[in-house]
Design a protein around this ligand. Structure first.
Ligand code: PEP
Ligand code: MG
Length: 537
């Protein structure tokens, strides 16, 4: 029996035979071509064929996993149309180089550029660049798609998997994915999650031929791959797997049901999103609204800030898709770990305690006004609310409200329609929790950001892995601050939600409900589990 550990993408269990998946390889060499025009034409045809294949993959994904996850193939199609990328390849071909080599060279360069970015999400995109480049190279070289040659469903063991490899696979033949490389934020991981396949990425396993066909277990709860399990281990895990399946199935019965306790208290269960592409998952999991739209994701991985128009389109798309359900847009929370070079922020000794979020917005009001104009313009298309991050004082809220009023007046003078927009703040600094009695007089709601509230209350950097073992997220100091915030909010008729990761911790659901929480906002995956926990109170 061999045990390997990885990073779990979905908490589930799969039992089956291993299938060692190797990509069909061919030797890519640089060759001299005389007929440059002919080579450029061959390249254009390959790009057209890749676009056609991506469209087919998009349609297949749309049917099997839904719009949100299918989107990646639309994005790949857009990447393939990127003029910079295409021109860089053509420039190399024009120097009498074969198209395969030119695509590889440019694909590798772009991929390395993404891999070097600070933002984890953007880093994960480097694999998408390789994916589209390989697709074009395979078409040019006449290499066909790899398929799983097995009569029974298998646990796929691979070095890494690209989104198109994942989606092109015959899903009836896959029980789980285990990859040696890959991040939990990659689209492959997202796809695995939406296909409900227990999977591990970054696993410390070798791609040995001798593993092919061996019995194995993927335990997404313990984050383990067990190869050749002992009989008693196999028996135990098989039983746990059956329990997990029946639990997941029974959860789907809760779609359309209320989040209501046995004594009739209703709690709003909303979702956290990072962009338009996440809304499909919110709707599929029956989320009641969006409790946290991390708008800063619109600002990351680009050379300049998104324009008012770009932001307006994104907010409008989310509001329209949510069809009247509440969408709480958090204004720009950039700084600390989320960096955008074009803002020219100086390196800091303690970035988590530094120039970030509302501090930037109040100091650089042009950025703030652009975002507020975009949100208010979009507010005519649904039920929008706005919340402000990292608040520490009443003065900040007064300044914010002053700017909001100016923006509204400006839009009204331009005859731009606007909806009613609730204004709230995040309670994520101990200062805000402690003066929540005063802050509550200024706003319509509070949303408690337990991720930062924990970091600042316990003085534990949330990025520091070494401190994970002492980071007690149930620390009485945090629970007291949450309770105090809820009570103070209610005294002034402000509703109070929680949007940090603690909101999905079902061991605390009863505690939060007893404290009087009105809303819990979680990743779409957790909506139904949370609904179940609420309905059992
Ligand atoms: C939080 O701090 O709990 C929160 C929800 O915001 P973020 O995780 O984006 O800092
Ligand atoms: Mg926060």
């Amino acid at each position: 029996m061999v045990k390997c550990t990885g990073k779990s993408v979905l908490k589930g269990i799969a039992v089956g035979r291993l299938y060692v998946y190797r990509k069909k390889e061919f030797t890519l060499v640089k060759t001299h071509v005389d007929d440059v025009e002919g080579e450029l034409k061959r390249f254009d045809l390959a790009v057209n064929e890749a676009e056609r294949q991506l469209e087919t993959l998009y349609q297949e994904a749309l049917e099997s996993v839904g719009e949100a996850e299918a989107k990646i193939f639309e994005v790949h199609g857009m990447m393939l149309e990127d003029e910079g990328y295409l021109e860089d390849i053509k420039d190399i071909i024009k120097n009498n180089c074969n198209a395969e080599y030119a695509v590889k060279e440019v694909g590798d360069n772009y991929s390395q550029m993404f891999a070097a970015m600070d933002n984890e999400y953007m880093r994960a995109r480097s694999v998408d660049i390789l994916d589209i480049s390989n697709k074009v190279i395979n078409i040019l070289a006449g290499v066909g798609d790899d398929s799983i040659k097995s009569d029974e469903p298998v646990i796929l063991l691979a070095d890494d998997l690209t989104p198109s490899e994942t989606i092109s696979m015959d899903k009836d033949k896959v029980l789980a994915f285990v990859t040696i490389h890959g991040s939990a934020n990659s689209h492959t991981a997202i796809l695995a999650r939406s296909l409900n396949l227990p999977s591990l990425v970054g696993t410390d396993v070798a791609l040995l031929d001798e593993y092919h066909g061996q019995m194995a277990i993927v335990d997404g709860f313990q984050e383990e791959l067990i190869i050749n399990p002992l009989d008693d281990v196999l028996k135990e895990l098989t039983e746990r797997r059956e329990a997990w399946i029946s639990e997941t199935e029974s959860l789907r019965k809760l779609i359309g049901q209320d989040n209501v306790t046995t004594d009739g208290r209703k709690i709003n269960v909303y979702c956290n999103i990072g962009g338009v592409e996440d809304v499909g998952r919110v709707l599929e999991s029956d989320g009641g609204g969006i409790g946290l739209f991390r708008s800063e994701f619109l600002y990351l991985g680009r050379d300049s800030a998104p324009t008012e128009e770009e932001q307006f389109e994104s907010y409008k798309a989310v509001l329209e898709k949510m069809n009247g359900k509440k969408v709480i847009i958090r204004t720009l929370d950039i700084g600390a770990d989320k960096k955008a070079d074009y803002l020219g922020l100086d390196p800091e000794e303690n970035p988590a305690l530094g120039y970030r979020a509302i501090r930037i917005c109040l100091n650089q009001p042009d950025i703030f006004r652009t975002q507020l104009r975009a949100i208010y313009r979009a507010s005519a298309y649904g039920t929008a609310a706005i919340m402000f991050p990292m608040i520490i004082s009443v003065e900040e809220i007064r300044k914010i409200k002053g700017i909001v009023e100016e923006v509204k007046r400006e839009l009204a003078s331009e005859d731009i329609p606007m909806g009613d927009v609730e204004l709230g703040i995040m309670i994520e600094t101990p200062a805000a929790a402690v003066i929540s009695d005063e802050l509550a007089k200024e706003v319509e709601f509070f949303s408690i950001g337990t991720n930062d509230l924990t970091q600042y209350t316990l003085a534990i950097d949330r990025q520091n892995q070494k401190l994970e073992s002492i980071c007690d997220t149930h620390h009485p100091a945090i629970l007291k601050l949450i309770q105090m915030t809820i009570e103070n909010g209610h005294k002034e008729n402000a509703w109070v939600g929680i949007c940090g990761e603690l909101a999905s911790d079902t061991s605390l659901t009863k505690t939060f409900v007893d404290m009087g929480v009105d809303e819990l906002s979680v990743s779409p995956t957790y909506v139904l589990g949370l609904r179940k926990a609420i309905r059992e109170i």
